[in-house]
Design a protein around this ligand. Structure first.
Ligand SMILES: [Zn+2]
Length: 128
C-alpha cells in the first residue's frame, strides 16, 4: 500500500549520483581554470613543472572528496539492491526515515554514527 522505502531512496540516490557527477564535471572545469591561473602567475620560475603540479594537487583534493561521496552513493544503491538498505551496518536497527531523508547514504543509526565520529574526531566517511 505504501511505496517501499528502497524505491523512494533509490530514486533519490540516483538523482544524487547524477547531480554529483555534474558537479564534479563543473568543478573540474573550474579547477583547470584555477590551476592555469596559478601556473601563469608562476610562469617565470616554474614553467611546465609548476602547472602540472598545481593541476595534480587540485585534482587530487577534489577527487578524494567527490569520489568518497560517489562510493557512498554506490554503496547505498548496492544495499538497496541486496535488501539491506535502511538498516544500521553496525547494530542492525532500522535507521530513522528522517535521517535517511537528510542523508540517503547513511549506513548507520544516529547512535552508531555519533560513536564513530567521536572515535575518529572528525566527520566520518562511510566505511565499506
Ligand atoms: Zn546502529
Amino acid at each position: 500500500m505504501s511505496t517501499p522505502i528502497s524505491d523512494t531512496f533509490g530514486q533519490q540516490l540516483r538523482q544524487l549520483r547524477s547531480d554529483l557527477l555534474a558537479q564534479v564535471r563543473a568543478q573540474r572545469g573550474g579547477t583547470l581554470g584555477r590551476a592555469e591561473a596559478a601556473a601563469e602567475a608562476r610562469e617565470s620560475d616554474g614553467g611546465d613543472w609548476a602547472q602540472a603540479d598545481a593541476e595534480r594537487d587540485l585534482g587530487i583534493a577534489l577527487g578524494e572528496r567527490e569520489s568518497a561521496e560517489l562510493v557512498a552513493i554506490d554503496a547505498a544503491l548496492q544495499r538497496i539492491a541486496d535488501g539491506s538498505y535502511g538498516l544500521c551496518v553496525d547494530c542492525g536497527v532500522a535507521i530513522a526515515t528522517a535521517r535517511l531523508h537528510a542523508s540517503p547514504t547513511a549506513m548507520r543509526c544516529v547512535g552508531c554514527q555519533t560513536q564513530l565520529e567521536n572515535a575518529r574526531g572528525e566527520v566520518a566517511v562511510p566505511k565499506l
